[in-house]
Design a protein around this ligand. Sequence first.
Ligand code: LRH
Ligand code: MN
Ligand code: MN
Length: 389
Amino acid sequence: MTELAAVKAALKTQAVETPSWAYGNSGTRFKVFAQQGVPRTPQEKLDDAAKVHEFTGVAPTVALHIPWDKVDGSDGYAELAKHAGDRGVKLGAINSNTFQDDDYRLGSICHPDAAVRRKAVDHLLECVDIMDATESRDLKLWFADGTNYPGQDDIRARQDRLAEGLAEVYERLGDGQRMLLEYKFFEPAFYTTDVPDWGTAYAHCLKLGEKAQVVVDTGHHAPGTNIEFIVATLLREGKLGGFDFNSRFYADDDLMVGAADPFQLFRIMYEVLRGGGFSSEVAFMLDQCHNIEAKIPAIIRSVMNVQEATAKALLVDREALAAAQRSGDVLAANAVLMDAYNTDVRPLLREVRGEMGLDADPVAAYARSGWAEKIVAERVGGQQAGWGA
Ligand code: LRH
Ligand code: MN
Ligand code: MN
C-alpha cells in the first residue's frame, strides 16, 4: 500500500460516537432555546444520529444517557437497540447520571449517608443491566461529587467511599464490558471535586483492574493544560479508554470539537496515533451541546472536524520527525509537525468520501436531503436533552 492509501484506509475505518443528548434541546443555566424538529423520544434521537452516519460514514454508534434516554418495558432497551440497528447504527456507551436528583446535594457515591450511596450504586448497576440489553461495551461514569467549603466533608473518606462504590460496580461488569471513569477539574463543586483530574481517575482505575479505564473529556481541564501529554501518558500505561470530544474557550463549554482549538485537536490525535491508540480500544465520542446552532449539521461538522485533525495527524512524516528529533534539530522537528498541520486535507477527505460512496460534502448533502424540513413538520413539542430539565 502506498502511504496515501494507508492514510485513506485509516480514515475509512474511523468511528466517532455521537451523543444522544446533542440532538435534544439544551442550553446554559440561563436559558434553553427550544429548536423546532428536535427529537421527542430516544428513538427519534437515534433517527437523527442515523442521518449523521448516513452522510459522514464514520459515526456508527450512539451514546445513551440514563435516565435521559430511559425506555419502559422489560424489552425496552433491546427494542431500542433494534430500532438503532434497523437504521444502520448501534448503541454505544451508556452514560450514568448521578447528578440531577435532590438526594445528591452532598454527592452520590461519595455522599456521607450510606443510603444515598446505595441509591447511586444501584443506578450504576442498573446501567450495567442496560448495557447487557443494548450490547454496549462501555459504562461511562462522571461524578458531580465534591464539596464547596473547606471542612464540609472529609476528603479522604470521600475517596474511600468512591473506591468502594466503584469496586462494587466493577465486579458486576461482564466479559468484554468496561468502566470508563471521567474526570473534571471543577463544577458543580467548587472547593474539592472527588474525581478532579486524570491522576485521581488513573489511581482508581489501576486499583480496580484492566476493565477500568480513564476517559478524557477535552473540555474538563484548566486553561493551558497540555492534554496531549495526558493522552500520551495514559496510552503508555494502557489506561486510555476513550474521549469525550468538545471545545472549550472557558470551562466546560461543550462546543463543537475542533472549533476553539483545531491545533490542539491535531496534537491530541497525533499522540493517539503515536501511541497506537487509533484502535477499537479507544472510544472516540463526542460530548457536546448545540444550544444556538442547528444540531444535526453541527454534529456532522464536528465529526468532520475530528476527521480533519486525524487526517493531518496521519500525514505527519514520522520518519523525518524522528530523524530531526534524534539529531536535536528543534526547528526541523517542529516544521515536520507544522507541515502536516498546515496541509489542507479537505480534498483528501472529499476523495475518501467518494470512495466510500458518500457525497463529498456531508453538510450540503444533509441540507439537500429534506430531513430538517421533515422533522420540523412531523415533530411537535421537542424534548430537552436533559440539561436544565
Ligand atoms: C459532565 C459531562 C459528563 C456527562 C455529560 C453530559 O460535564 O461531560 O460526560 O455525562 O457531561
Ligand atoms: Mn463528558
Ligand atoms: Mn462536561
